[in-house]
Design a protein around this ligand. Structure first.
Ligand SMILES: NC(=O)c1ccc[n+]([C@@H]2O[C@H](COP(=O)([O-])OP(=O)(O)OC[C@H]3O[C@@H](n4cnc5c(N)ncnc54)[C@H](OP(=O)(O)O)[C@@H]3O)[C@@H](O)[C@H]2O)c1
Length: 340
């Protein structure tokens, strides 16, 4: 039986990754600090506690060797080295990176979003040959690039598939952008405002689709870098409508033609230019077909979000989301804008 170790197994991406590999016949060791397990995993899935902050911890879990390591939570070159150092004991690896590594022709990317005219003007769609930011220690994106470079440098000894994920969504998300619409619906807010005419597109990536890419890459070891996104890129207005349909509510939307007015009209997808990634390489190299569309993925996400919010402030339920998007639910500003 082929053996796999998944690092970060109990998170939003790790859960369906373990499930997909186990279903495909892999003997999976699911590693995380807490050693958590998902109810959907069969008894054949082994859980282990692993804290990758301890450099030797992965070597202990891999032991005499395994066919595959899936690293969901590699954030820098040091994490990559933890994997490549075991090249003689690992058949191949799949490592999750991010689409935030890309920059446009003017050097703009996710790191320049806060600067005047800092929003990137990417081609539509962005292929994997698009330049990336330089590797470095400064930001999430530069560290991800450094991580990718470290893996590429070892590709003669260890075949590695790097998956550059888009806006990840699904149950167990620590950054559930969908909450923007779900909470408004739960709060009975039927009037909403969307900037940029509601036409913004920011490519989503269902955790289940990323898991499918991991499953396919695991079956065909090789050294490659692939975008990891859904098959469709709905507009933000389309996302709102799809969530309304799942929740059975009807809403009214006012549109701002241009950027948000302060927090009004600003959602996690409200980008001034499209951010869309080409999935042709994944189709060509791995035969990737998304296992869910954006809309099909929503019911379990909405159900999970609704349960997590029950009796809790959203900031307590989703501290990372509150940190990244502090004014996601500024209802007072919306009401003031509407009555102005
Ligand atoms: N969210 C997005 O929109 C987005 C976009 C692009 C790329 N990504 C990438 O997606 C990945 C994050 O995956 P995710 O969303 O599935 O994360 P997640 O839901 O936060 O899950 C993280 C997992 O890693 C485990 N973990 C955390 N620290 C650990 C450590 N020191 N040692 C071992 N295990 C540890 C956690 O369990 P314990 O707490 O029990 O350890 C959990 O199983 C990252 O590579 C990120 O760059 C995310």
């Amino acid at each position: 039986m082929r053996t796999a170790v998944v690092i970060g197994a109990s998170g939003q991406i790790g859960r369906p990754v373990v499930e997909a590999l186990a279903r495909d016949g892999w003997a999976v060791t699911a590693a995380s600090r807490g050693g958590g397990r998902d109810a959907a995993w069969g008894e054949g899935v082994r859980t282990v506690r692993l804290d990758r902050a301890d450099d030797g911890a992965l070597a202990a879990v891999v032991g005499g060797g395994c066919d595959l390591v899936v690293d969901v939570i590699a954030y820098d070159a040091g994490h990559a080295r933890q994997v490549t150092a075991l090249a003689d004991r690992i058949g191949s690896a799949v490592v999750v990176s991010s689409v935030s590594v890309y920059q446009d022709g003017a050097g703009r990317g996710f790191d320049t979003l806060g600067e005047p005219d800092g929003f990137p003007d990417y081609p539509v769609p962005v292929t994997e040959t698009q330049p990336t930011v330089a590797p470095g220690e400064a930001t999430y994106s530069t560290r991800k690039v450094a991580m990718e470079h470290e893996l590429r440098a070892a590709c003669d000894e260890l075949p590695v598939t790097v998956l550059r994920a888009g806006a990840v969504h699904g149950p167990y998300s620590p950054l559930p952008r969908e909450l923007y619409f779900v909470k408004r619906n739960l709060d009975g807010r039927r009037d909403r405002v969307l900037a940029h005419g509601g036409r913004s597109r920011f490519h989503p990536a269902a955790a289940r689709n990323i898991a499918e890419l991991v499953r396919l890459a695991a079956a065909r070891p090789g050294s490659r870098v692939l975008n990891a996104c859904d098959g469709d890129t709905p507009t933000v207005a389309g996302i709102g409508a799809a969530i309304d349909a799942v929740m059975g509510v009807e809403t009214r939307t006012a549109y701002l033609d241009g950027p948000p007015a302060g927090s009004v009209g600003r959602t996690p997808w409200s980008v001034p230019r499209p951010v869309v990634f080409d999935m042709a390489a994944a189709e060509r190299e791995l035969g990737y077909r998304p296992v869910v569309s954006y809309a099909e993925s929503l019911p379990e996400t909405v159900e999970w979000l609704t349960g997590e919010l029950r009796g809790r402030d959203w900031r307590a339920a989703f501290p990372l989301l509150a940190q990244v998007y502090p004014d996601l639910f500024d209802y007072a500003a919306e009401d003031a804008w509407r009555t102005a």
